[in-house]
Ligand binder design. Structure first.
Ligand code: IVH
Length: 664
């Protein structure tokens, strides 16, 4: 590989991880790995300036901008911190500061909280704006959501605060809340949040601030900015801010020597496990603002501060076997089976190996001693091999070429990291997975059945397609493993009841690739029957909101296969809803293209009824007010912050009566 190719490869890789982290909130590598790649790229770019590129990942700090929020420029850019991972790098920082200042200085040590950063602006003691970091220059205005966080003061205490200032900090989801939220998500069969950081940033970007309120976020503030701050000391200013009502961490210490800094680091490296929120390191800041000014900034971070990142908790254990699991979609996941080992309070026996590229990169052999990390994620992962201890090892771990369940040759689609088993008609886990999806709560919601029943029916040859469910009889079921008469009756009744499930959920239940709940709803709104959908072309499908080329193509492919047409026709015969019911039909175009916010308490109809009216008349009900809002359908007692925002943006407020007149 030439240097130029290497640089391009690193850039592509970093761009991808950036997207995973900031937009999908689903990082695939650790921060440490990311930093290592970025550093490698930085060094190459410095050495070979002829390959510099304006859009290189080294040119920015990352972005969490989201198109649904209004963007606001930051008065002072929101920079990130340089990261260090060893005591010697901390010493280097300390020495650099000492040389540059050439006078006494103090270092304020703080916990590095692992959440999502926020910038709050206060004018005359009142919170006026809360903005995310965004790309560092401008961020998303998430004021309404932030106002739901109880530990953020809306109005300050006392009188001795500056007339206008900014305070920055970290929004966090406490471990307890995070675990509870994931338990609920699991019960609803929704994708889980990987860690509290993603949960916090995902929550902050929700459109509906009442859901944000229910998520119980917390916040620590750690940085004051403004023209007239109380003192020259960062630590002292934070103490003052605490008196104005801000939540400031108790875990801070002003250090006069490097030894005191190291003592703080080693104390909190252990003690942080008892904190109610996630932390991933220590931040060191030169305490005097005057000295901070002298030290100044690089393009990306201050020279007066640095982060020391804790080593993620690691364990070393033996790799015994790699197995491959096949999911409903045919995606094959490699799983490492390990000698059980204690890691961050739990025993770990299995770890994810993600995909073929990760396996290749690790250069694994069966019998290898491997490093396992949890690093805030729920599923542990293998991050390295102890090559020194390699002795009499077994075979090299290779990704399989054929499906472990049915033997079909695996395929890898362009642009995807996963391998798939293409045999979706006869591969057992795929068939069972499709039936499990079909009966699940958000699809046909068949009571009395779960994965074990599906497995039982499949093993006994009773059911090998969702359509087979509709011919099952109580007599066939009762007397099977753990099945009494009552359970058998329940299952059959549940199956019969599912015949009333509306069209949109039947579409979702079919399990067409990329057609989730929301897309299924949009389809049902645009196509009155399954026949119309079967006839649709890519061109007609992409006219539908939220359907792009990829989904459209997947739908067309689905209906081009004989076996799917047959499944649909058997389900139709069984009496499932394959046409849109009147209730969901659009009645007019009166509100076409309009985004409408509903707020307040109503007398003539319920909120849900208004929502339905908006949709039936072609409009869109949105959760929060932005410049794009067409009007607000307002009842009594509309919240003062909403009212103020509407006024500021000049958005029309429409009463119940006016609204009803408009659409009737
Ligand atoms: S100070 C210019 N203090 O770490 C320096 N940051 O990589 C401003 N963070 O974006 C940041 N705890 O989200 C500072 N005690 C702390 C922190 C902290 C967590 C986050 C923050 C920032 C990132 C920098």
């Amino acid at each position: 590989m030439t240097i130029k190719e290497k640089i391009e490869q690193l850039r592509a890789e970093l761009h991808r991880h950036n997207h995973n982290y900031y937009l999908l909130s689903a990082p695939k590598i650790s921060d440490r790995e990311y930093d290592r790649l970025l550093k490698e790229l930085q060094e190459l770019e410095e050495q070979y300036p002829e390959y510099m590129d304006e859009n290189s990942p080294t040119m920015r700090v990352g972005s969490d901008l989201n198109k649904n929020f209004t963007q606001v420029p930051h008065k002072y850019p929101m920079l990130s911190l340089g990261n260090t991972y060893s005591e010697s790098e901390v010493t280097d920082f300390y020495e650099r500061v000492r040389k540059a200042l050439n006078e006494d200085f103090e270092i304020c040590c703080e916990i590095k909280y692992d959440g999502t950063s926020i910038s709050l602006t206060y004018v005359d003691g009142k919170l006026v704006r809360a903005v995310t970091r965004g790309d560092g220059e401008k961020g998303d205005d998430v004021t309404d959501n932030v106002k739901t966080i109880k530990t953020i003061p809306l109005v300050l205490h006392g009188t001795d605060y500056p007339q206008e200032f900014e305070i920055r900090g970290e929004i966090l989801m406490p471990w307890e809340v995070f675990e509870e939220l994931n338990r609920e998500k699991e019960a609803r069969e929704e994708a889980l949040f990987a860690n509290p950081r993603n949960a916090a940033s995902g929550t902050l970007k929700l459109q509906n601030s009442s859901v944000v309120a229910s998520r119980k976020l917390d916040a620590y503030l750690y940085y004051l900015l403004g023209e007239e701050l109380p003192t020259d000391g960062h630590f002292e200013n934070l103490q003052a801010a605490q008196n104005w009502g801000f939540k400031i961490s108790e875990a801070v210490r002003k250090c006069k020597t490097l030894q005191e800094v190291f003592d703080f680091i080693s104390y909190w490296d252990v003690e942080r496990k008892n904190l109610p929120v996630a932390s991933d390191g220590i931040v060191l800041k030169v305490n005097s603002l005057r000295q901070q000014k002298t030290l100044g900034y690089t393009a990306k971070s201050p020279r007066w501060a640095i982060a020391y990142k804790f080593q993620a908790e690691q364990a070393l254990t033996r790799l015994n076997e790699v197995t491959f699991q096949v999911g409903r979609t045919g995606a094959v996941t490699p799983v490492a089976n390990l000698d059980p080992v204690q890691l961050s309070g739990t025993v770990v026996k299995r770890a994810s190996l993600h995909n073929a590229d990760i396996i290749e990169g690790l250069d694994l052999y069966i019998g290898d001693m491997v490093y396992v990390e949890k690093g805030g994620e729920i599923i542990p992962k293998i991050t390295g091999v102890d090559v020194k201890s390699r002795f009499m090892i077994g075979e090299k771990v290779k990704f399989i070429t054929n499906c472990p369940e049915c033997g079909s040759k695996l395929v890898r689609y362009e642009g995807e990291a996963a391998h798939y088993c293409p045999n979706d008609t006869d591969c057992p886990p795929q068939i069972k997975g499709k039936i499990e999806h079909f009966i699940s709560r958000k699809a046909m919601n068949i009571d009395g059945m779960g994965p074990e029943t599906v497995d039982l029916f499949y093993r006994l040859g009773l059911v090998s397609s969702p359509a087979d469910l509709y011919t099952l009889t109580t007599d066939q079921i009762k007397g099977l493993e753990r099945m009494g008469e009552k359970s058998a009756e329940n299952i059959v009744a549940g199956i019969q009841a599912s015949k009333d499930v509306p069209f949109e959920r039947v579409i979702f239940a079919l399990g067409i690739r990329f057609v989730g709940e929301t897309v299924a709803k949009k389809i049902a709104r645009s196509f009155a029957s399954i026949e119309e959908l079967e006839q649709a072309t890519v061109e007609t499908l992409i006219q539908v909101e939220e359907i792009g080329e990829k989904i459209a193509q997947s739908i067309v492919n689905y209906f081009s296969e004989e076996k799917n047409i047959q499944l649909v026709s058997r389900l139709k015969e069984a009496g499932l809803q394959f046409t849109r019911s009147e209730e969901h039909e659009q009645v007019s175009d009166t509100l076409k293209g309009l985004s409408i916010v509903i707020s307040g308490v109503f007398t003539h109809h319920s909120r849900d009824e208004y929502k339905e009216m908006i949709e039936k008349n072609g409009g869109k009900n949105v959760g929060s007010i932005s410049a794009k809002t067409s009007f607000i359908l307002a009842g009594d007692n509309m919240g003062p912050s909403k009212l103020e925002k509407a006024k500021k943006l000049g958005i029309r407020i429409v009463s119940e009566e006016e609204f009803l007149k408009q659409i009737l």
